[in-house]
Ligand binder design. Structure first.
Ligand code: ZN
Length: 331
């Protein structure tokens, strides 16, 4: 049996029945309708409908998403009340043949994502899908904090870039999403749902290749994509998505989506570091968005072409900061 051949969920149920029940219970009350698509007939209809959307929230599940991992599920949410789960494990390549590839690569349809880096690597290396036109909410959250002055080199130790780390979806939810936002989707305790699922996912790393999906995992997967929408609304209270903010986020998201996918490095020690690699979010000086410093020399760490002024000893400011925090020998 190949490593990723689908497995029946019954063995999962036997091993983790208590935790699975807990997860199901925690997910009760979830309001959006969740539709699991694992047949081509349903897929065609769903893609035709999604093609008319302006904006779709997208998330992926799988085992070790990235170059060597396995993508098994794509969650999509266009309207307020229905989440579509496309079962890539069951459908394989066919999942992308009936419009899904066009949707993900469309320059017209905005894809709302939260940390699109690994999802985009998996989609590209496994299925040749190049996700385009992304607005990444993880970057928006970073921009909200940057607005409060977190992002700059410390005045006292100006040689170091005291850059904050990017936040995960759960931490972002905890920080910005209000109780009534959660109630609106029928789950007041998102953290509890996440914890229940995380216990299982830690115990059984390959949980996303079990089929059929249990009720709890269907709702959990749906919840992630719902939370992307909820987080977007919550962040808009701090920074409205228009004008230069929107333009900067568009540029940054396009860089982010290709950060690992189009990176020369095979190991991604530098580009996967939770310090946000610089030149992702463009600078703005006097209301003008500054261009990316492409020209110059290649950083020996992250392999990006950057202006020579960013470099010292062949490495850019980010890579020097990553090494300062982790030590140069940890690769
Ligand atoms: Zn570098």
């Amino acid at each position: 049996m190949s490593r990723f051949e689908k497995q029946n969920t019954s063995s999962l149920k036997v091993k983790y029945s208590f935790q699975l029940r807990e997860l199901d219970k925690a997910c009760q009350g979830f309001k959006p309708t969740v539709r699991v698509i694992d047949e081509i007939s349903g897929l065609r209809e769903v893609c035709d409908r999604l093609k008319g959307s302006k904006e779709i929230a997208v998330d992926c599940e799988g085992v070790d998403l990235g170059r060597d991992g396995k993508l098994t599920l794509i969650q999509l949410m266009a309207g307020e009340d229905t989440v579509i789960l496309i079962d890539v494990l069951v459908l394989g390549e066919s999942a992308f043949k009936y419009g899904l590839k066009e949707i993900l690569e469309s320059k017209e349809i905005v894809k709302l994502m939260f940390d699109c880096r690994n999802d985009s690597v998996s989609l590209w290396y496994e299925y040749g899908v190049k996700v385009t036109n992304v607005l990444d909410m993880q970057l928006l959250e970073y921009m909200v904090r940057a607005q409060a002055g977190h992002q700059f080199p410390s005045a006292r130790r100006s040689t170091h870039w005291h850059k904050p780390r990017v936040r995960g979806l759960d931490a972002t939810t905890d920080k910005y999403v209000r109780f009534d936002d959660k109630l609106s989707i029928g789950i007041s305790d998102v953290r509890r749902v996440k914890e229940r699922a995380t216990v299982l996912m830690r115990a059984e790393k390959t949980v996303w290749r079990y089929r059929p999906l249990t009720e709890g995992f269907v709702r959990y997967a749906a919840l992630d994509v719902v939370m992307i929408n909820v987080v977007k609304k919550a962040l808009a209270r701090y920074k409205s998505l228009e004008g230069n903010t929107l333009k900067k986020l568009e540029i940054a998201s396009e860089r982010y989506v290709s950060a690992r996918r189009d990176c020369e490095r095979i190991d991604d020690f530098y580009v996967s570091h939770p310090i946000l690699i610089c030149y992702i979010i463009p600078e703005e000086i006097g209301g003008i968005i500054q261009p990316f410093p492409y020209e110059g020399s290649k950083c020996s760490g992250c392999k990006r072409m950057l202006t020579s002024s960013c470099m010292r000893n062949g490495k850019c400011g980010d890579c020097r900061e990553v090494e300062r925090r982790n030590g140069p020998n940890r690769r």
